[in-house]
Design a protein around this ligand. Structure first.
Ligand code: ADP
Ligand code: GLC
Length: 501
């Protein structure tokens, strides 16, 4: 007689985790760049996986009016900031099951027109503002009833959190503090402050040393985070390797090499509920891989909106970007000078460096009908450019991940990118794989080499069948958050296990 077969063993379901995310920007409440998109999508996808997620961020100006669901929480903090005590309370928003946004309400610091600056000038009290945010997040990590197991911090603005948590664990009786994870979105912004800002941390004097928060005589928030977080991720595998080299390390490469065992790159995902072409309130006509006709309508509307001749036969290039050194937009100026005599159009949406703003405005005056530049920030227009352009230009000097090239791919807008960081990890050039090519890459950071890449784009545009093939491959490329959140989850689990939490 055959033995009865035993039911095959189903692996036990892993317990849900409790994660507190701290960030100075979270879409749709605040945004200056991709950080906001990434944090918002991370929170959503982790909550969807069944984990308990909180996101701590400032209550910036006008949020309560814009999001009436935000409610006052019965939670009050009085936090030391140097010799002062600063009061703050908390407002919350339940975004979806398992996901709560904790808005730190400190109107003196956060009820302002800008997030970090106004008229391109940083607020002089940014140390106070973001140290306070960090202290408030630590307070929540310690006293929230649901007891977070991991605090996940992002960039310099929340960089002092691990140092504060470690201090409270060593000296202030915090028995089982959560593990800490730092995600570096951009090593170039380090949160450096003059040494006298150190008193605002209320940390013991010996912490102002190379083994603590000091970096070359200054207070370094990101440096402190790199040193004192339990683990570090950055937003693409290639950037994780790059930042351990002097070329990309911004002076922190020795420390990153020292911590390389706990450093890894996890490519950002895209929130395809928001960045999509089928149900998108920002674009004039839906389209999909199976029916690309709407894309032509989007192009015509974009040409009209930007004051350019409406003509489907003119290749349209676009850029949506912070006008910062990182983005290589100075190189693009030179490349455009070389290429604009050809049949092409270029639209820009961006703001930042006043000098670059001036250059692009003057370019549009010298090439009316060919170049149109909108200086400023406009969420709706950013979607319209992604949808309406034929090609999307990202000539970055360095790019930790870059979201726009992934958005472009989904919109069937062929990205032209420099081989760096996440741009390299997310776009495939013909020279790498003929069967999978969905973008155009160039290596050398020079106007002439970029002009050559634009010339390749013009050749592609002149072969409609090939262009169509590129578009379809691009739209099918998958950077959904499923993979990204799975990778973060495994990092969280390793940290929690190592801590025995
Ligand atoms: P970074 O975070 O370095 O600026 P990313 O490519 O990761 O670069 O993300 C940039 C994000 O900011 C994208 O969502 C992009 O659409 C948006 N963005 C940048 N500049 C503007 C602008 N002027 N108006 C609207 N959105 C912008
Ligand atoms: C930073 C980087 C960008 C990245 C974004 C989100 O702003 O500059 O490359 O995509 O963060 O992680």
């Amino acid at each position: 007689m055959r033995k009865p077969t035993r039911p095959s063993k189903v692996p036990p379901a892993l317990p849900p985790l409790r994660i507190l995310i701290a960030s100075s920007e979270v879409h749709p409440y605040s945004k200056t760049g991709g950080l906001a998109d990434m944090v918002a999508a991370l929170g959503k996808s982790m909550a969807r996986r069944g984990h308990r997620v909180g996101v701590v961020t400032p209550l910036y100006k006008g949020l309560r009016e814009k999001f009436p669901g935000i409610t006052h929480m019965d939670y009050f903090m009085r936090l030391p900031l140097g010799s002062d005590w600063v009061e703050a309370d908390v407002h919350t928003l339940e975004v979806q099951p398992n996901l709560t946004i904790y808005f730190i309400h400190q109107p003196g610091y956060f009820d302002r027109r800008g997030i970090y600056s106004e008229n391109n000038i940083d607020y002089p009290d940014n140390a106070q503002r973001f140290f306070l945010l960090s202290k408030a997040a630590v307070h929540l990590a310690r006293y929230l009833l649901w007891q977070p197991q991991v605090v996940h911090i992002h960039d310099w603005q929340t960089g002092l959190i691990p140092a504060f948590m470690n201090h409270q664990a060593r000296h202030e009786g915090w028995m089982r503090p959560p593990a800490s994870l730092l995600t570096i979105h951009n090593l170039a912004y380090q949160g450096l402050f003059a040494a006298d800002a150190f008193k605002l941390t209320n940390l013991p004097l010996q912490d102002f040393s190379p083994d603590g928060v000091e970096f070359n005589g200054l207070l370094g928030c990101l440096k402190s985070a790199i040193l004192s977080s339990d683990a570090i991720t950055t937003v693409s595998p290639r950037y994780a390797r790059e930042i351990t080299t002097p070329e990309f390390g911004c002076g922190l490469d020795p420390l990153l090499r020292h911590r390389s065992k706990v450093l890894r790159g996890i490519l950002n995902g895209v929130d395809y509920e928001e960045w999509q072409t089928e149900k998108n309130p920002f674009i004039p006509e839906p389209y999909a891989v199976s029916d690309l006709e709407g894309k032509a309508v989007c192009k015509a509307e974009l040409q009209a909106r930007m004051g350019l001749p409406v003509d489907p036969s003119i290749p349209l290039f676009g850029s949506v970007t912070r006008l910062a050194d990182q983005k290589g937009m100075d190189i693009l100026l030179g490349a455009l000078e070389e290429m604009l005599p050809s049949k092409m159009q270029f639209v820009l949406l961006g703001s930042g460096s006043p000098e670059l703003e001036r250059h692009y405005l003057s370019l549009s005056q010298r090439w009316p009908g060919k170049v149109s530049a909108q200086i400023g920030y406009d969420h709706g227009l950013s979607h319209q450019i992604e949808a309406g352009a034929d090609f999307f230009l990202m000539p970055s000097r360095f790019e930790p991940c870059g979201l726009n090239q992934m958005y472009s791919l989904r919109y069937g807008t062929i990205p032209i990118v420099r081989v760096t960081g996440g741009l390299d990890d997310s776009v495939v050039d013909l020279s790498e794989d003929r069967q999978a090519a969905d973008g155009i890459k160039f290596q050398e950071l020079s106007p002439h080499v970029l002009a050559r890449a634009i010339r390749k784009a013009l050749a592609l545009f002149a072969s409609p069948d090939l262009l169509n093939l590129y578009r379809i491959r691009a739209m099918k490329a998958d950077f959904s958050w499923d993979r990204t959140s799975q990778e973060y989850e495994s990092v969280y689990r390793q940290l929690i296990e190592a801590r025995g939490l």
